[in-house]
Every structure is written in structure tokens, then in C-alpha cells.
Design a protein around this ligand. Sequence first.
Ligand code: MLC
Ligand code: AMP
Length: 509
Amino acid sequence: MAANANLYALLETRFAARPTATAFEFADASTRSYGALGLEVARMANALVARGVAPGDRVMVQVEKSFTNVLLYLACLKAGAVYNPLNTAYTAAELEYFIGDAKPKLLVIDPSRATALQPIARTAGVAHIETMDPAGAGSLAAFAADQKSSHKTAARTLEDLAALLYTSGTTGRSKGAMITHQNLSSNALTLVDYWGFTANDVLLHALPVFHVHGLFVALNTTLLAGGKILWQTKFDLPTVMKTLPQATVMMGVPTFYTRLLGEPAFGRDQCQTMRLFIAGSAPLLAETHTDFEARTGMKIVERYGMTETGMITSNPYHKGERVAGTVGYALPGVSVRIADEAGAKLGFGEVGVVEVKGPNVFKGYWNNPEKTAQEFRKDGYFISGDLAMMAADGRISIVGRAKDLIISGGFNVYPKEIEDELNALPGVAESAVIGLPHADFGEGVVAVITPVAGTKLQSEAAIIAHLATRLAKFKLPKRVFEVADLPRNAMGKVQKAELRSTYAKTFAS
Ligand code: MLC
Ligand code: AMP
């Protein structure tokens, strides 16, 4: 019989090898050993089963970052369920769509939202709603506490789903990326090896756990290696400064690094025990890389990835140069080519779209075979939508995006979604949403709108306030400019590049 391909089956063999080692350390200095972690995950898995969650069922989770939520993630793996986390910034309107699309068996939600979501959940056929507050307490934790601490890990194949992660798209609504046990385990095993993770590692964890970076890249690698996780509920600069001297590794979006550099007291003192700083999810400016090295003596390892693919490339850890402004080489086992619009491979130094194939690449979009077919080539390569070039030695530099996407502080914002909301406002004829250079977030969201002839538009503040009832806060335009007409080319297409140039200095400090 084939071995169980469940990622948790792999993790629990590692947990069993070091039961007394510390897996998590919290802000109040309390800890959880690997042995205790395994027992709590088993209780949570039994709670899921008792709530009728069967292998393959989705468990949708929109809660603040807590250790109980990590237990829930691991318990979903263990029980064979599909973990479906959502950004806590999503509004009720956004949630309604996700619930209807994923049709979860169980919805785990902050208590403040439970009542409002009940009718929506009932209509979508959700069997149970459980609560989890920012401290991790609530109906789910209480129910799990009464369960047995042994649970047989569900048998899963490589192709079975482990998680469903929504990513927005250029054409409108979000799509659920179906991520398998093989996707997660292959990527985690590769990264442990590539980045030299061991049981001696201590990871400072300040990222959210509803996206790939904080959830899979940070947690799976450290837990597989048997290291310790210094658990922080969010990126708070003073706390990070205080905790860094106990850590060996930190993973962050570029905003983490620019904020550290903005702190005059940050330098070599905080980095005595550090062996590795990793950046990703958005471009790390070459200037940030070099300033960081000048300040700390350490070169950040920039890597590149996506929800649909996990990690694709990384600058070297062991051997070779970490070059500012590049994302390094394809990870072992991952095939990357730079292709033209038809999918033909381009030569070294030519700019094209990154295409990816390997055990890390997701299974397709949930309930959306048409979209899945559009995003894959016939030979199995996934089309990333990122523009890049490859040097003769295989080193890759991301140079832009073929997709209309803004990345703000590591969160993706698709202009089309914001433009649709703006266009629905009374008096708005049309709109264009662009990303502009922003010192803190990398890119800041800005909207340019035109009024219907003869109409007076609402104030900028009123427009933003209205959008806030519909869209997650990180998607909101930080500025809204009114113009008579949007610039267009001969084909009638709005010239976003021209708008970006006109408003380039919007966030200049
Ligand atoms: C918060 N705000 C943002 C924002 N984050 N606005 C734009 N972009 C963002 N990223 C807004 C809030 O709504 C709030 O608005 C104000 O800023 C302050 O909120 P906050 O919660 O105090 O912000 P802060 O804690 O400073 O958060 C900033 C941040 C956070 C950079 C620490 O956004 C973050 O942790 N980002 C990480 C994102 C991430 O994990 N990405 C990985 C995706 S996976 P107001 O109006 O209330 O003041 C992926 C694949 C891969 O991309 O390769 O990894
Ligand atoms: P997401 O859909 O949230 O997983 O975001 C994935 C996108 O983030 C990629 O398609 C890239 O556009 C971007 N990205 C991730 N890492 C990097 C990086 N190191 N440099 C530039 N862009 C990146």
C-alpha cells in the first residue's frame, strides 16, 4: 500500500521525534512543545469530525491570527479536510461570495460576525458555524477541549486537496486555488533543504496566516525542521526589534524591511543570532537590499512565488551570490521558462512571462475549469502573469507584470474589482485604478474617475467611505482624483502608464 501522502502524516513523524522540544513561544513567554502540539491538533481534528467534517470538505476560516487557528489548520490537514482561510479585512459582502463559491461544511468566524453571517451561511448549505476570537477562544476551542487527544490521520493521496486559497483576478471575481498535499509537502521539503532549516532554527513569525507566505512558507518549513516559532500576532516594529535577538530566521514582505530600516536603532545589535532574512510577496527594491546589508552586514534572500505555485525561485542560501533586484534561480524540482504570448520559450535576456511547472503547481481553480484551462499551457506549464528575464546562468529578474495587479504591503489588489465598485457609484462615468510608488507599502492604490456629464461627484472622502462598506480596507484607494476624461490610445484603451506618470508623486514624502 502506498504511504499516506497527507502532509500531516509527514509532520507528525517529525513531531514524534522531538516531543519535548519547543514548537511555539508566545508573547507572554509561555510555550508549546511538539508533543503538546500533536495532542491539541488531534483534539481539534476530532472536533472537526464530530461536526461532520469529512475528508474533502471545506473548512472556511476568517479569524484573527491566533495559535488556535494554527491548530485548526493542522487539524484540517490531519482530518483530510480542505483549509480555506480568508483575509480578515474582507467585508461581509466579499464573504458572501466566498461562502457561496466554496460551500464549506464548517465556517469558523470571529464572534462579532457570526450573527450577521448566519442567514448567508444557511442559504449556502453550511452545516455549522463556530466562533474563534482574537485570543483563539470561542465555541470551537471549547468544543475541541472536550475531545479525545488521539486521532488517526486521514489517508490522502498526493492529488487530494489540502487547502483552498482565494486569489483575485484581472477579470473580476476571486478564484479559489486548489492546493494539494503534494504541492505543500514538495515545496516545504525543498525549502527546508534550500534555506538550510534545522531543529536549531528560531523563526520570528509576524506575517498573517491567511496567505501562502505566513501560512505555508513560514509554518510548514519550520515545523518540518522541528524548529521553534516565536509567535507574534502582527508586525509591530518595537516588538520585532525586541524579539529579533532571539531569532535565527525572519520572513517578511518588503514593508517589514523598509520599516526596520526606518528605525534608527536597528542594526547589527539585533542581528547577532540571525542567520537568514527572507523577503518576498512583492518586489524588494535593490536599494532596500543594499541599505539592509550596509546596516546589518546581512544580505536578504529574496525569493519569488505565488498562491498557485508556492515558491518558484530563490536567491541562493549556501553557494552563490544573492543579487539585489533579482529573485534567484528556479528551486530544485521546479521548471521555469520565460515565454512569449504564445508560450514559446524565449532566449536569455529576453523579457517575457514566467511559466512554471512542477509538483508545487496547484491543481486548478475551484469550480472553474474554463479559467484553469486558460491559465495552463498544453504541456502543463502555468502562466504566472509576471514579466521577467533569465540570465544565461538561469538567474531570474522580475521586471514587471503582464497582469493588471497592484501589490500593496504584500497584499494583492486587482484594479478591475475596485473599478467595478467605483463605476457603480452614482455620477461616476468611468474609472481607472492604478498603483503608485509608496514608501511604506511599495505601491499605494489610487483611483482616477470621470463624472457623468453635468453631474457633481461626491467628495473624495465620501467615495472612499462608500467603497469601505464593500471592499477590504487594504484595497481602498488612498486618493481619488477627478478628471474630465481618461487618457486613451488610438484603440480606445485607457493609458494607465500615462496616469501613473501624471500622478507619480502622489505619495512623495
Ligand atoms: C494595512 N493597511 C494597508 C495594508 N495593511 N493598506 C494598504 N496595504 C496594506 N498592505 C491599512 C489598514 O487598513 C489601516 O487603515 C492602516 O493601513 C493601518 O493598519 P494596520 O493593520 O495597523 O497595518 P499594519 O499592521 O501596519 O500592516 C501593514 C503590514 C501588513 C505590511 C504589516 O499589511 C502585512 O502584514 N502585510 C503582509 C501581507 C502578506 O502576508 N502577503 C503575503 C501574500 S502571499 P486605516 O484606514 O484603518 O488606517 C504572496 C505569495 C508570496 O504574495 O510570494 O509570498
Ligand atoms: P499572490 O497571488 O498573493 O500569491 O501574489 C503572487 C504575486 O506576488 C506574484 O505573481 C508576483 O507578482 C508577486 N511576487 C511575489 N514575490 C515577488 C518578488 N520577490 N518580486 C516581485 N514580485 C513578487
